[in-house]
Structures are given as structure tokens and as C-alpha cells.
Write a protein that binds this ligand. Structure first.
Ligand code: FE
Length: 200
């Protein structure tokens, strides 16, 4: 079996946001899809390590903002590479607004947003899949939706990584030690050792 096949699956990139007890938070996901049209339902799947996952589990509501090809790398650094347990992800960020459910959506670098109410949750071990009714959806621009491939080729900085180091194929994080521990989890994107490659 060739696990690299998984890299040939096409994905988009989105900012998933939630709000609980006046705390706003968000993270980057690639797992948004529409699951039924009538009625209009979507699913998002989120790593349990993400604070956003916990907040959605508790509040049963979220927004998803659909990123475009014009997204700055800064957006990935802000929402993807830190945990909301340690930083306020919306601090000094004015490119957002609240939708009717009071949750932030991202106003710039996006072409639309969706507000949704969770109707079902599937525990997948490391992740939770939330299935939700779409309760609001608005178009924000005509810019093209960002794909994961476009991000890899045009937005993620191409940096020179030293030989012998391990680099995360998903987000570009570089592991500084010589041997990658078997249970290592990328601190930025939360992917495991299977998504790391040694630089030769
Ligand atoms: Fe990573």
C-alpha cells in the first residue's frame, strides 16, 4: 500500500471559528465539505488538541471562512501555528466581523463564510467530525478559493532546510533533533511522524 496516495486527495483551506464565554478562537482546517444539499448540511473534522474543537463541542456552533488564493502566509501563522490555549488569535487582527451568531468570520482573504449549528458529532479518536446545519452563508468576494496545492506551491515560504533534519510535509515545521521520536506530533499542524520527511 502506498500512503502517498493520500497526498493526491484534493483539499481546500478554511478558517474555522468558535466563541465560548466571550472567548474567540479559530484554527485552519482542510476538512470542510457539504454533505447534503436538501437540507443544506456540512461537515468539518477537527483535531481534539485544538481548542476550537472543544469550544464547538460545548457550544454546538461555528463559522467557516473560505480562504482565497490571495491569503497572506500571516493568516496561517496566526490561526494555524499557535494554540488558542496560549495566545489570543484575534489580538490585533481587524480583518474579521461577527455574524448573527456572534462568532467571528474572516472578512479579508476570504470569498465567503458559513454559519452552522451542530446536529451530530462523530468521535474519530484523534479528531471529532461535526455535522451541522447551515444557518447562514454569505459571499464576500469573487476571488478563487484556495486549494491545498496552491498553498504549498505559492503561499508557504520555501526555506532551505539543513540536511538530516525532518520537515513536516503539511506545514513546513522543521524538527531540530537528529532522530524523530516515533510519537512525535507536529506542534504547528498536529500531524504525526508519517507526514514528516528527512531532508537529504
Ligand atoms: Fe506540521
Amino acid at each position: 500500500m502506498n500512503n502517498d496516495v493520500m497526498f493526491n486527495i484534493g483539499y481546500g483551506l478554511y478558517v474555522l471559528t468558535a466563541r465560548e464565554n466571550e472567548k474567540d478562537n479559530g484554527c485552519i482546517i482542510n476538512t470542510l465539505m457539504q454533505v447534503t444539499t436538501t437540507p443544506n448540511k456540512i461537515s468539518v473534522t477537527v483535531n481534539k488538541n485544538n481548542l476550537t474543537c472543544e469550544m464547538i463541542k460545548n457550544t454546538k456552533q461555528f463559522n467557516v471562512s473560505i480562504l482565497t488564493e490571495k491569503t497572506d502566509f500571516e493568516v496561517f501563522e496566526r490561526f494555524g501555528f499557535h494554540t488558542g490555549r496560549e495566545v489570543e488569535k484575534f489580538k490585533n487582527f481587524d480583518k474579521c466581523k461577527r455574524s448573527k451568531n456572534e462568532i467571528y468570520y474572516i472578512e479579508e482573504y476570504t470569498n465567503s463564510y458559513i454559519s452552522a449549528n451542530v446536529i451530530d458529532m462523530v468521535d474519530l479518536g484523534t479528531h471529532i467530525m461535526f455535522i451541522a446545519d447551515v444557518i447562514e452563508a454569505e459571499i464576500l468576494s469573487k476571488d478563487k478559493s484556495l486549494t491545498y496545492d496552491y498553498y504549498q506551491e505559492n503561499i508557504k515560504p520555501k526555506k532551505q532546510v539543513e540536511k538530516g533534519k525532518y520537515v513536516c510535509k503539511i506545514c513546513g515545521y522543521v524538527y531540530e533533533g537528529d532522530e524523530l521520536p516515533e510519537d512525535f506530533v507536529c506542534p504547528w499542524c498536529k500531524h504525526g511522524v508519517n507526514d514528516f520527511e528527512k531532508v537529504n
